[in-house]
Design a protein around this ligand. Structure first.
Ligand code: ATP
Length: 273
């Protein structure tokens, strides 16, 4: 997907004229740096994300994946750099505008479904709430859409009135995905979406995610330490180490022919498991 664009991303996003145009990148990340005191969270990260493209970010624990994702999604203010969406720098945006984007154009899937769901609200309420946040008002239509979405994420629509805590971990994660996707976001951030689940549950979730991403033509940035996740979902890959991107490229290319010694180690350590 978008192979013609691969490699077009670079460190310098100044002087680019097509920011925000329909034919241009959906997200332009330039020189994003976040320090925690003297410690590097992430340093000078730049890339373009094109419509319909899935970018995977991999690396060992502490490599800076979550810090970068938080900076991109506006949960954390970078010390330097720009995150251009729709022609506007979201770093410089007012908090209220960023929150609006979070309801309309963006979605964020947390590793722990408890961070992305309202545990005291029914499954249908969790999905319906997002629709209401973007203006839906008709109760019958909201409930119908919620039922449809429960089905799409393989949850029995008959359980629409159950609370998430009555669901298994895998079901909770699928409900979180339904809550996030029901409004048709343009860009989805995912932080270890299959983390903390049993292997068989992970496989089913991955399969479901892959289907949804492809069918909806979603653009996504997915953080994971699991190379199987990026192999299945990501068009392109960035490998992080010590807060820096050490290698990037088409997923299959990077995984099948890793250039950087660290990526070679990551790939070979998976093969040895
Ligand atoms: N709130 C914080 N305060 C201080 N240092 C932090 C904070 N959050 C992260 N760091 C440091 O920033 C670096 C990158 O951490 P980060 O959590 O982004 O990595 P990660 O690749 O997401 O790791 P994991 O896979 O374990 O979540 C690490 O050295 C970490 O110790």
């Amino acid at each position: 997907m978008n192979a013609a664009h691969i490699g077009a991303s670079g460190g310098d996003i100044s002087g680019m004229k097509d920011m925000g145009e329909a034919s241009g990148p959906l997200l332009r990340v330039g020189g994003v740096t976040k320090l925690y005191g003297g410690r590097v969270g992430c340093r000078d990260v730049s890339f373009d994300l094109w419509p319909g493209e899935v970018m995977g970010i991999v690396g060992e624990s502490g490599s800076g994946k979550s810090t970068l994702l938080s900076c991109l999604a506006g949960h954390l203010a970078p010390d330097q750099g720009r995150v251009i969406y729709g022609g506007r720098d979201t770093v410089a945006m007012a908090e209220t505008e960023r929150r609006h984007l979070g309801r309309t154009d963006w979605a964020f899937v947390h590793q722990n479904p408890r961070d992305g769901l309202r545990m005291g609200v029914s499954a249908g309420g969790n999905v319906g709430e997002r629709l209401m946040a973007v203006g839906a008002r008709h109760y019958g239509a909201i409930r119908e859409t919620a039922e449809d979405w429960l089905g799409r994420v393989e949850i029995d629509p008959g359980r629409i009135d159950d609370r998430p805590r009555q669901f298994s971990g895998g079901m909770q994660q699928r409900l979180q995905i339904a809550r996030n996707l029901v409004t048709g976001p343009k860009l989805v951030f995912m932080d270890e979406p299959t983390g903390g689940l049993d292997v068989s549950v992970q496989a089913r979730l991955l399969d479901l995610l892959r289907g949804l991403v492809r069918r909806m033509g979603l653009s996504a940035v997915i953080v994971t330490h699991d190379l199987a996740v990026v192999r299945l979902l990501a068009d392109r890959l960035m490998v992080m180490k010590g807060g820096n991107v050490v290698e990037s490229g088409l997923t299959d290319q990077v995984l099948d022919d890793p250039r950087h010694a660290y990526t070679q180690l990551l790939v070979s350590s998976v093969l040895q498991v």
